[in-house]
Design a binder for this molecule. Structure first.
Ligand code: NAI
Ligand code: MG
Length: 487
């Protein structure tokens, strides 16, 4: 991979790979149940690979129904005997400790995240890992202040939470799920995604080092069937899921009529809207960040770009120029902007959408850079003059593929932007505050960014409308999903 970054035409940068020498990855990882690592009862392990070179990094235990049952029992025991008995301030102490340990080991976590998932080290180092620590710090502060978060109400935990997370932000999603659950007094069984289990398992080691009481956090690895066993386990009080809309709907059907609580954070097809009075260079950076950040593996990716007609050709010119300077290659290289696609399957999905768009006759622009021979790669791609009816304007692609549409009036763009089964996020670029307020109040999206994109903070709630799911994560709203309230 040493020369991966030299394919860029404008910048002939020497490789600057982050050293992985100090990183400790074991050959084999067991399940984390009741505070100990245990071999899976079916004795099955599956490989996790580095999507940038297809090399096997480690083997991961596959949890079956028996293992999931053991994990839920461990979580129940910890809830009953320890976690619901100790003081809230004591709970907070553990969360602060976990947050500090993540900060101390940030470099190792960032490297493993990039190796296992394919994302550029610049992002795992500057976004994923610091935000994961921030989530633990933020929620640590809430543990002994829940009565102020929900004044005049009796606040109680739910019990045992089953949490299923995807592969696009592996450690960050683990933190989004675990931190509020523990802060509110619940115990947890977490299932990471099968292509990116490593940082969750490193987190399990860190949790042991933090001295968290046994069974408060349990981590069961495996694919869909492991997740299903957790969803269907009768002694789980709540399921929190982030992933595809299809699996989200299946989970909702399977929980219908049970007493289990559910939050779903599903797909998106966000509109990023550039008005004619926007600062164009700043907006172009926002477009790039919106869709090419993390190879477009982002549920809130700005995958539909709406540009006001009068500036369309200027935006097109500057956007293509900027795209040509993006550096694609080795995720561990500090200069890399665009890492590897997470899996072979995801690459096939993205490529099938590109093929469909071409078949529709849409005009395509793709950065003309070399891609490494091994691994899964997709060049940054855009399609111009996309119709509302086009498949790439309607369906979530989850890759670095941008669909561009133009508009004349504000009413027109609001109609177009809201014309989607999703409603997770949106972006607005304009010089005028009044226009921001007009658009943000009429766009049906859980998060609307103004003159920025893909900004996250543990204090602000994140979540969607319609088929993007329900429930919020982050802020007081996120805590609400992990408590029972009695007036
Ligand atoms: P997925 O929804 O299958 O995977 C997400 C998680 O759910 C993983 O941990 C997986 O093991 C688990 N899972 C799978 N089947 C399950 C079941 N029946 N019961 C319980 N858990 C189950 O997503 P996948 O197949 O990896 O990606 C497919 C598409 O989903 C992507 O192309 C993208 O469009 C979308 N997606 C959206 C995400 C988001 O953040 N909203 C994250 C990942 C994928
Ligand atoms: Mg992997």
């Amino acid at each position: 991979m040493a020369k991966a970054n030299t394919n860029n035409k404008e910048w002939n940068l020497a490789p600057a790979p982050e050293s992985a020498d100090h990183v400790q990855v074991k050959e084999k990882y067991d399940l984390f149940i009741g505070g100990k690592f245990r071999a899976p009862s079916g004795k099955k392990y599956f490989p996790t690979i580095n999507p940038a070179n297809e090399e096997v990094i480690a083997h991961i235990a596959e949890a079956n129904e028996r293992d999931v049952d053991m994990a839920v029992k461990a979580a129940r025991k910890a809830y009953r005997e320890v976690w619901s008995k100790i003081s809230a301030a004591e709970r907070g102490k553990y969360l602060f400790r976990i947050a500090r340990l993540i900060q101390e080991r940030a470099r190792e976590f960032a490297i493993i995240e990039s190796m296992d998932g394919g994302k550029a080290i610049r992002e795992s180092r500057d976004v994923d890992i610091p935000l994961a620590a921030a989530h633990f710090f933020y929620h640590a502060g809430w543990t002994d202040k829940l009565q102020y978060a929900f004044p005049h109400q009796k606040v109680e935990p739910l019990g045992v939470a089953g949490q299923i997370i995807p592969w696009n932000f592996p450690l960050l999603m683990a933190a989004w799920k675990i931190a509020p659950a523990l802060a509110a007094g619940n115990t947890v069984v977490l299932k990471p995604a099968e292509t990116t289990s490593l940082t969750a398992l490193k987190l399990a080691e860190l949790i042991q080092d933090a001295g968290l009481p046994n069974g408060v956090v349990n981590i069961v690895t495996g694919a869909g069937p492991t997740g299903r066993a957790l969803v269907e386990h009768p002694d789980v009080d709540k399921i929190a899921f982030t992933g595809s809309t299809d699996v989200g709907k299946m989970i909702q059907r399977s929980l219908a009529g049970t007493r289990k609580k559910l939050t779903l954070e599903l797909g998106g097809k966000a509109a990023n809207i550039i008005l004619e009075d926007a600062t164009i260079d700043q907006a172009v950076e926002g477009i790039i960040n919106g869709i090419f950040f993390n190879q477009g593996h982002v549920c809130c990716a700005g995958s539909r770009l709406f540009v006001q007609e009068s500036i369309a050709s200027e935006v097109d010119r500057r956007l293509k120029h900027r795209m040509n300077s993006l550096i694609l290659g080795d995720p561990l290289d500090k200069n890399t902007d665009i890492g590897a696609i997470n899996s072979k399957g995801q690459l096939a999905t993205i490529e099938s959408y590109i093929a469909k768009a071409k078949k529709e006759g849409l005009e395509m622009f793709q950065v003309d850079c070399a891609v490494p021979r091994k691994g899964f790669w997709c060049r940054p791609t855009l399609f111009s003059d996309v119709a509302q009816s086009s498949v790439i304007a309607r369906e979530e692609i989850f890759g670095p593929v941008l669909a561009i549409q133009t508009f004349r009036t504000i009413d027109e763009v609001i109609d177009k932007a809201n014309n989607t089964p999703y409603g997770l996020s949106a972006g607005v670029w304009t010089d005028k505050g009044s226009r921001i307020f007009n658009l943000t109040s009429r766009l049906r999206a859980g998060v609307v960014w103004a003159n920025t994109y893909n900004k996250f903070d543990p204090t602000s709630p994140f979540g969607g409308y319609k088929e993007s799911g329900f429930g919020r994560e982050g802020g007081v709203h996120g805590l609400r999903a992990y408590v029972k309230l009695d007036a």
